[in-house]
Ligand binder design. Structure first.
Ligand SMILES: [Zn+2]
Ligand SMILES: [Zn+2]
Length: 225
């Protein structure tokens, strides 16, 4: 509502280059989006990715519509630092296109393979007042019908009364799954860099019996050749 009101006062501008634009990106920046086509289904990098960095990671598939470069960075920045809803929606629209509708994902009922946002560190969440991955997951949920289940927490947010051995194991993983974890899940985050965080989330889910069907992010960091 406030966004709509402000749009009347301040003409909208392209988040990447600043020219007047009706959308979050102007036509030129939209045309410059670094789409990832024919990427590896495990790690989302352009092929060949050998050795595939996801081979030892606990999620079975990864998808991202664009590389983390150029105008993509402006959208991620607007989401991360300003909770920019229109940016989140534009990103979710592109993510919905690459989230597969067939394969194991379609065999799992929507409610059984919900979207699970990668949790923000509690201190950052408190400071910013929102969680970017959750915002993205909610916009993606609106487009795919998959519900959002917040069942992961960073370990510095974990309850104190877990056993010492279990607590130590969870601390190394960095993430803990709560008892609301579903039978299967699709992880959601804004950027896939090394995959270490997605791996920690998939391992935390596996420790409570959840199968991670995949990890969807808006952007993928592509190593320069
Ligand atoms: Zn632009
Ligand atoms: Zn790969």
């Amino acid at each position: 509502m406030l966004d709509a009101f402000l749009a009347l006062l301040v003409p909208p501008r392209c988040l990447a280059c600043g020219v007047a634009a009706r959308d979050v990106l102007c036509a030129a920046c939209r045309a410059a989006l670094p789409w990832l086509a024919g990427a590896c289904p495990r790690c989302a990098l352009p092929r060949p990715c050998a050795p595939c960095p996801a081979a030892r990671q606990a999620f079975s598939a990864a998808w991202a519509p664009v590389a983390y470069d150029g105008p993509t960075r402006a959208l991620v920045h607007a989401l991360k630092f300003r909770a920019h809803l229109a940016a989140a929606d534009a990103m979710a629209a592109q993510m919905a296109v690459v989230l597969p509708r067939d394969g194991p994902l379609s065999e799992a009922p929507l409610s059984e393979a919900p979207l699970v946002p990668v949790p923000f560190a509690p201190a950052r969440r408190r400071r910013r007042g929102f969680d970017p991955a959750e915002l993205l997951a909610r916009r993606l949920s609106a487009r795919t019908g998959r519900p959002v289940v917040r069942c992961l927490r960073r370990t510095d947010d974990a309850p104190r009364q877990v056993g010492a051995a279990r607590a130590a194991r969870l601390r190394t993983a960095g993430v803990v799954a709560t008892d609301r974890a579903p039978p299967a899940a699709v992880l959601v985050d804004d950027v896939h860099t090394t995959g270490a965080t997605l791996d920690a989330c998939a391992r935390a889910l596996a420790s409570v019996g959840t199968r991670t069907l995949g990890a969807i992010t808006y952007a993928r960091t592509v190593r320069s050749a």
